[in-house]
Design a binder for this molecule. Structure first.
Ligand code: ADP
Ligand code: MG
Length: 232
């Protein structure tokens, strides 16, 4: 099993004025290609901070984060944003699709940003991805014209635009009803079966059980780390 993510002794604190709040304290963690990892834990315990470090949106105070053999702490800001565009798909709680663009246009944007796929292939690829998330007929709709669950599916298609090895999501079903949320997790499991690695933060313990590994963060530490099923 190939190692995709390696965190070595990662510390993160935030300083405001004279007050320094430790958020992540000495986290060391390996995640293999093809794992579907759910992260839970009480609010304010560093889950979003951990995801922001994995995506290079934020930097650790000390420690190493190595993803696909790239040491993120060694990259400059511009290098990080290109790296992120090629290697990570990010899904948010409130979808964050651009409201004035159709779903197809939203999905093409990340492709235009990194130029991995030739221009002439991008529309076809956006159609393929919409199809993949079950929205074949909705491509020309604006985000505001489809349901929350459909917007999140489109956001997942957008996250897959450049075929990243890693998909991360921060409370992706926090704004969806329970059956829609289950459908999103079924899609995550299908993506895992296709070889993607997923790291998903959720408040929902039942949904976390559908992942292949469940990590709990408490007071900035990993308080439990359980393999629920064999990674594919
Ligand atoms: P969670 O996602 O588990 O709810 P977060 O990672 O968002 O937790 O936050 C962990 C702690 O770090 C909280 O105490 C939060 O207030 C603090 N924090 C998060 N982001 C910042 C920031 N940009 N500046 C200062 N403090 C922050
Ligand atoms: Mg959070």
């Amino acid at each position: 099993m190939q190692n995709l993510i390696k965190l070595n002794h990662v510390y993160k604190s935030y300083t405001q004025g004279q007050l320094t709040t430790p958020v992540l304290q000495n986290i060391s963690l390996n995640i293999n290609t093809g794992e579907f990892v759910a992260i839970t834990g009480p609010s304010g315990n560093g889950k979003s901070t951990l995801l922001n470090l994995l995506t290079g949106i934020d930097r650790p105070c000390s420690g190493e984060i190595i993803i696909n053999e790239t040491a993120l702490q060694l990259l400059k800001e511009e290098e990080l944003s290109v790296w992120r565009g090629l290697n990570v798909g990010i899904v948010f709680q409130f979808f964050q699709l651009l409201p004035s663009l159709t779903l197809l246009q939203n999905i093409q944007l990340p492709m235009d940003f990194v130029n991995k796929y030739p221009k002439r292939e991008r529309l076809d690829r956006a159609h393929y991805l919409l199809d993949r998330v079950g929205l074949t007929k909705q491509g020309k709709q604006l985000p505001g014209q489809v349901s929350g669950g459909q917007q999140q599916r489109a956001a997942i298609a957008r996250a897959l635009a450049n075929d990243p090895a890693l998909l991360v999501a921060d409370e992706p079903t926090g704004n969806l009803d329970s059956s829609t949320a289950e459908n999103i997790y079924t899609l995550f499991t299908a993506l895992q079966q296709e070889g993607k690695t997923l790291v998903i933060v959720t408040h929902n313990e039942d949904l976390a059980k559908t992942a292949s590994r469940h990590i709990t963060l408490h007071d900035g530490h990993v308080s439990s780390d359980q393999c629920l099923s064999k990674p594919i």
